[in-house]
Design a protein around this ligand. Sequence first.
Ligand code: FE2
Ligand code: FE2
Length: 195
Amino acid sequence: MRTLAPGKVSHQRPSPASALPEQPLTDSERRHAAGLMRVNHAGEVCAQALYQGQALTAKLPLVRQNMEVAAEEEIDHLGWCQERIQALGSHTSVLNPIWYGLSFGIGAGAGLISDRVSLGFVAATEEQVCSHLKSHLEKLPAQDEKSRAVVSQMLEEEEEHAHSALAAGGLAFPSTVKGAMSLVSQAMTRSSYRI
Ligand SMILES: [Fe+2]
Ligand SMILES: [Fe+2]
């Protein structure tokens, strides 16, 4: 529930943005940066749901434990994005409860099929997230160092999540499945950017 609550998320590590100065942005740059960070925040809501869904149904205790460690890092990401959006004077996506519900169902479903499918789904999702984060590093205003620091740190950790899910025995999904996942994530990113 804390994933969707509008209040502050209590995260463990301070935001990578906190040590950096706030640079002046024009109104349109600020809106654009907030839109991109809103997409990233929605992605983190999905990550919470996915990991929580999987933790519920994963069979091997080791898999469950791994998921919980990654889920803790995702809480930091969620909190960092939320803080940054607020600092940019904007709000998180009103669609988040929908993304949460869908991702929770998918996560729990994947866990019911098998741990390998479940881990494979984590890997494929994290890869998708990484490609979004990379594109956001290109799209964010150059002087918005704070948003960039958050996105860069997240990118590093999502790459690690993808890598460890595969290393733990995750199934490498075929490109057709990844293609379908990318269509879904495009719908999510387009809508969350605006609302
Ligand atoms: Fe994340
Ligand atoms: Fe992740």
